[in-house]
Design a binder for this molecule. Structure first.
Ligand code: PAF
Length: 274
């Protein structure tokens, strides 16, 4: 496995692989990799001949009062996991914004709801860095986790608009044995908070498994099961437009975002029509 810090080296390697006819897969990450990321690398491998991973804690997607400074980092562990999952090139840039960089990429509409309403500017930071990374790597396929469902939908839109050659694929959400969605931020949770954090999945499971078609009734049941300190939202929406639904009469997505202690957690499940 190669490691690179310089964007030009990454561009050159990816270009040489593509010129040999290889399909280049790309998994962007912020590091502190876990089994969820490993499954994205495996998916990239299954679909492509070469796999590039980026490890970069993107300052643009953090708000002023968020956890940029204490975001967990473990570059050595990350590189071990990447090597064990057959990554060809790990890209660890010092920065992706050289002096003078002043472009922002914003997807309208999809980013004004759910996490976009709770975290102003977050998705602009995500689409700016992902567009920049797509420009550097030039992947055929890029893999994102379903755990950040809204991020996946927003990035798909951005790619269709600006990088139509990149196929954006979602990897299934990976959970711990107790049901907690894997996230680098889980390490902030105390033992007691971790128990309460399980209520997010419990609420979503109740919505998914119910036969009730009325969304207000389903959301009331979901809310009653949450043991959180602050609820940003719980919602049942169209999976692609993210528009709220009144009844689950077509495939839908139930999503939740809430603080347990000081840790903001998100989770989501697919909901079948009933
Ligand atoms: O999902 C993440 O880890 C980040 O939002 C991403 C896609 C790597 C962009 O910084």
């Amino acid at each position: 496995m190669r490691t690179c810090n310089d964007p030009d080296d990454v561009t050159a390697w990816a270009r040489s692989w593509r010129s040999e006819g290889a399909r280049v897969g790309f998994v962007p990450t912020m590091g502190f990799l876990h089994r969820g990321h490993a499954s994205l690398l495996d998916l990239a491998h299954a679909r492509c001949d070469r796999v590039v991973v980026s490890i970069y804690v993107n300052p643009l997607q953090f708000g002023p009062s968020e956890d940029l400074d204490r975001y967990p980092r473990d570059p050595e562990g990350d590189l071990r996991l990447c090597a064990a999952h057959g990554v060809d090139l790990a890209f660890l840039p010092e920065t992706l914004y050289p002096p003078g960089f002043s472009t922002r990429v914003r997807v309208e509409g999809l980013t004004s709801v759910l996490c976009g309403a709770a975290r102003r500017g977050h998705f602009e930071g995500v689409t700016t860095v992902v567009a920049r990374l797509f420009g550097i790597v030039g992947p055929c396929t890029s893999v994102f986790g379903e755990k950040d469902w809204q991020q996946y939908v927003v990035v798909r839109r951005m790619a269709e608009d600006l990088h139509p050659g990149v196929e954006v694929v979602a990897g299934p959400l990976v959970r711990d044995d107790d049901g907690l969605a894997l996230s680098s931020r889980n390490r902030y949770l105390s033992a007691a908070d971790r128990v309460r954090a399980l209520s997010l999945h419990r609420a979503l499971r109740a919505i998914r498994d119910s036969r009730e078609p009325s969304v207000p009734a389903l959301l009331e049941e979901g809310r009653s099961l949450l043991e959180v300190d602050r609820l940003d939202y719980i919602a049942i929406v169209d999976p692609w437009s993210l528009a709220p639904l009144e009844r689950v009469d077509r495939p839908a997505r139930a999503l939740v975002a809430a603080f347990v202690g000081n840790t903001r957690l998100i989770d989501n499940v697919a909901v079948d029509p009933r």
